[in-house]
Design a protein around this ligand. Structure first.
Ligand SMILES: Cc1ncc(COP(=O)(O)O)c(C=O)c1O
Length: 407
């Protein structure tokens, strides 16, 4: 199956521009992805056809807004194979989703309990657990990685015991691209730490397609719309219904109640119970459009294309002696984190930008991981389904030019 990358690119208006006099090469997809016309159209259609508040209106516009908004929930539930639409909770993004879970857990944890995360974490899946442990007296354990950036699965398993009440890990590392075998690791948790809940930080995992939350078998899978071709400000907390059923309410107000008196209130049903206030309606509708757009693509061809881009990047990296690739796990997505001998990542980013090439440089919200790998930071080119082999080649031509100016 052939991935028609030009046909895909044509659907992303932003990619058609020049930056600093050169055609844009957008390689910062792990930070955020661009939006296809289908998503832009869905957002515009909401505002031009039925902008209105959801659930509460007694009029046609509100009914239509509610229909589109709730259809997005069905579409996202189908996209991740949730067993029920009530398991899909809208949040503002991965960070908020994890904080909701960590806040809820901090009410349940106590001294003697253990929480396990990995050395790969983005700050968003580390700091909330530090806070939950500090608030409750539980102990935070960090599962180590090998030097190639892959999880030391033996050491991970050794941390599991009956005191562990929470295990949180990334599906894919944003800094290195490492893919964790989340289904296998979750099964290990069930066996060795039966009292633990399992959270998968899917911020990077979801964009590569094929996420099946029932097959993974965790209790929570969380992600952000904006890394999935959808707008910013909207995300998902998927939680197993039996776990969410009595999950502590984190935000109170309109929409989430069953009944209210001046003195007290009772909570409504899932998913609304965890969704107080007016939601990001346009964002949710945009996310629904994004998952439908992605679901209509050929997943196998899409993943093969991403693998091809990574293989080409690694091939060219070998021909650039000053480049050291950081993160070489056997299973990794098309994220190339690297240092160039004698050049600061920030200078590389600046000089590439002058050539119209957008990458990210720095610590990638993973300071402890950078320290663990003994690098001050990296330059990171993260590829997506609309990138081409020619763009990979332009990255390396750009790097050579940057190198000649810096060294
Ligand atoms: C692995 C991972 N987790 C969490 C986050 C946080 O996502 P957001 O900033 O959209 O809440 C990111 C964003 O880069 C990420 O890559």
């Amino acid at each position: 199956m052939i991935w028609d990358v030009e046909a895909i690119r044509a659907q992303f208006p932003i990619l058609q521009q020049q930056v600093n006099g050169s055609p844009l090469v957008y390689l910062d997809n792990a930070a955020t992805t661009q939006k296809p016309q289908a998503v832009l159209d869905a957002i515009l259609a909401f505002y031009t056809e039925c902008n209105s508040n959801v659930h509460r209106g007694a009029h046609k516009l509100s009914d239509e807004a509610t229909r589109r908004y709730e259809k997005a929930r069905d579409d996202v539930a189908a996209f991740i194979n949730a067993s029920s639409r009530a398991e899909v909770i809208w949040t503002s993004g991965t960070t908020e989703s994890i904080n909701i879970i960590a806040k809820g857990m901090s009410e349940r944890l106590q001294a003697g309990d253990e929480v396990v995360v990995t050395e790969l974490e983005h700050h968003a899946n580390l700091i909330p657990w530090q806070q939950a442990c500090k608030a409750s007296g539980a102990t935070l354990k960090i599962a180590p990685i090998f030097d190639d950036g892959s999880l030391n699965e033996g050491a991970f398993a050794a941390l599991l015991n009956s005191n562990v009440k929470m295990v949180a890990m990334p599906h894919i590392s944003n800094a290195l691209g490492t893919v964790n075998a989340v289904q296998k690791l979750t099964a290990q948790v069930r066996e060795k730490a039966p009292a633990a809940l399992v959270l998968i930080d899917g911020a990077q995992g979801v964009a590569h397609g094929g996420v099946d939350v029932q097959a993974i078998g965790a209790d929570f899978y969380v992600f952000s719309g904006h890394k999935l071709f959808a707008p910013t400000g909207v995300g998902v907390l998927w939680g197993r219904k039996s776990v969410l059923a009595d999950w502590p309410v984190w935000l109170t107000g309109g929409e989430m109640i069953a009944s209210v008196t001046y003195q007290d209130a009772t909570w409504g049903e899932l998913p609304n119970r965890l969704e107080a206030g007016t939601p990001n309606i346009a964002g949710v509708i945009g996310l629904g459009a994004a998952v439908n757009w992605l679901a209509a693509q050929d997943l196998v061809a899409m993943q093969a294309h991403e693998k091809l881009l990574l293989a080409r990047a690694l091939e060219l990296a070998e021909q650039l002696p000053a480049m050291r690739v950081v993160g070489a796990a056997a299973d990794k997505v098309a994220i190339l984190s690297f240092v160039l001998e004698g050049a600061h990542p920030a200078d590389i980013g600046f000089l590439l930008d002058r050539q119209g090439i957008a990458i990210r440089t720095g610590e990638h919200c993973a300071q402890p991981l950078m320290r663990r790998l003994d690098v001050p930071g990296t330059a990171r080119a993260s590829f997506s389904i609309y990138n081409t082999e020619q763009e990979v080649e332009r990255l390396f031509a750009g790097l050579k030019k940057a190198q000649s100016m810096l060294l």
